[in-house]
Design a protein around this ligand. Structure first.
Ligand code: ARG
Length: 221
């Protein structure tokens, strides 16, 4: 078998465009996921039974069903209820954000629970409310601890975002498929696609390492 190097060179710009879109979906999804996850993570620790129950149902449902099925639910099933088609971009971001939110919620919950409970008691005994103590004492400390798992979530989402290719959304994987449909260069293109994903994930993990080190040093002061 010949390795068609020209094909790799010629397809590279198109694949890079796809990679840009992949980074976009990932960043937006993890960004929204962070917002959802922070509230749901705190809700999971709530004393109010109903709030805790709803948060648990959400996390269980999302983590207990495949992201692929969630994408189908949002892109194909939801339009039947709202009577209107959903743009693949919106569907992709929604599915990935809602998915990421559940994983981030567990990260937040674990991070908050890892902070000594004396911190909450100290805040409360100084006259701060539960919310104030959470906001000013617990969360700032928890944030530092959850940087590594959040980095993992970012990497996981970057790879799992390839699933939105099934609804025709043109990120990196879908671009690869389309180029192969035209050129039959499965070997060259999939190898290049894998390589681009690898460069992106390695870059993120180095960045997370750096952030982790930086905050560790800060902790000593
Ligand atoms: N692979 C798992 C699934 O198909 C998780 C997908 C989402 N991953 C994530 N870290 N948000 O459901």
């Amino acid at each position: 078998m010949n390795f068609d190097f020209d094909l790799v060179v010629n397809s590279f710009p198109l694949l890079l465009l796809g990679a840009g879109v992949t980074v976009q979906i990932t960043a937006l999804s993890v960004g929204f996921g962070l917002l959802i996850g922070m509230f749901v993570g705190i809700a999971r620790l709530s004393q109010v039974k109903l709030v805790k129950f709803l948060a648990t149902v959400y996390v269980d449902f999302i983590r207990g069903t495949p992201l692929l099925v969630q994408i189908f639910l949002i892109y194909f099933a939801l339009p039947m209820i709202i009577g209107q088609r959903i743009d693949p971009f919106i569907a992709a971001i929604t599915a990935c954000s809602v998915n990421s939110g559940a994983y981030v919620a567990e990260i937040f919950r674990a991070g908050i629970q890892s902070i000594d409970k004396g911190q909450m008691e100290a805040g409360r005994s100084l006259g701060m409310t539960w919310t104030q103590t959470m906001r000013f004492i617990i969360l700032p400390q928890a944030f530092k601890r959850i940087i590594p798992p959040l980095g993992n979530e970012f990497i996981a989402m970057l790879k799992d975002s390839s699933l939105v290719s099934v609804i025709g959304f043109e990120e990196l994987t879908r671009r690869g498929q389309l180029i192969i449909a035209r050129t039959y260069g499965s070997f060259e293109i999939w190898l290049t696609v894998a390589f681009i994903y690898l460069v992106m994930t390695l870059t993120i993990s180095r960045l997370v390492d750096y952030l982790e080190r930086r905050y560790k040093i800060d902790d000593k002061h």
